[in-house]
Design a protein around this ligand. Sequence first.
Ligand SMILES: C[S@@+](CC[C@H](N)C(=O)[O-])C[C@H]1O[C@@H](n2cnc3c(N)ncnc32)[C@H](O)[C@@H]1O
Length: 252
Amino acid sequence: MRKLLVIGIGAGDPDHVTVQAIKALNEVGVFFVVEKGGARADLVDLRKQICDRYIEDPSYRIVEVPDPQRDRGAADYHAAVEDWRSRRAETWERTLRDELGEADCGAFLVWGDPALYDSTLAVIEQIVARGVVALDYEVVPGISSVQALAAKHRVPLNRVGGAIQITTGRRLSEELPDGVDDVVVMLDADCSFRQLEGQPIDIYWGAYVGTDDELLVSGDLSEVADEIEGVRAEARERKGWIMDTYLLRRRD
Ligand SMILES: C[S@@+](CC[C@H](N)C(=O)[O-])C[C@H]1O[C@@H](n2cnc3c(N)ncnc32)[C@H](O)[C@@H]1O
């Protein structure tokens, strides 16, 4: 049966790649790279660099998988994501059938950890459920951007016995949730932290964490919000894309 590995590669620093991931990379004959085009080509390049650096036998192939367009303006966000995942499943299924031999091992290299805000596992589950291409698949965990951010700021994510919440910019509201004093925010295109200014909250912000372009700012949210917004806008303009994550911490 075809074997597929879903390998977490860390959040941008090639040194994030774990020993388990290196062993997995060396089993793979075909790497499937989802082609996003444009500035995101940087992210595809990092995957290629990781293969060059860690794989001993260079006879592997890299196959680019076209990525269907997602309707980002759709009124029903969940329906739009479901529709996009189904179209992805169909495209990936065809590519796996055509490019991966029955006895071969293929892999998707997933940014950070495959379990966190990434649709690869959900799409592969759909392919398995459709039953057209029989697959056996395994997941190799990676260092997520959340762990990388916490390490760079030298902070734990939770306080003693406390809960943490990991959420997205669009779900953040004007109050931290009841009973949660530590919230990690990802996928935020709009500096949603500004809604909480004036409250006793510290922010630990990072963009491109682990890469040569890394940016870190921390402090009292009300004092550093302008700085983060400015640094973020300038970096986004310069590079054409940005990936940032932050921890919001209610002060005792
Ligand atoms: C689609 S999610 C993928 C998350 C990934 N699976 C992980 O484990 O980190 C993309 C979001 O992850 C965060 N992110 C990924 N890499 C990052 C990095 N190097 N620095 C800061 N944030 C990053 C950003 O919030 C970005 O919007």
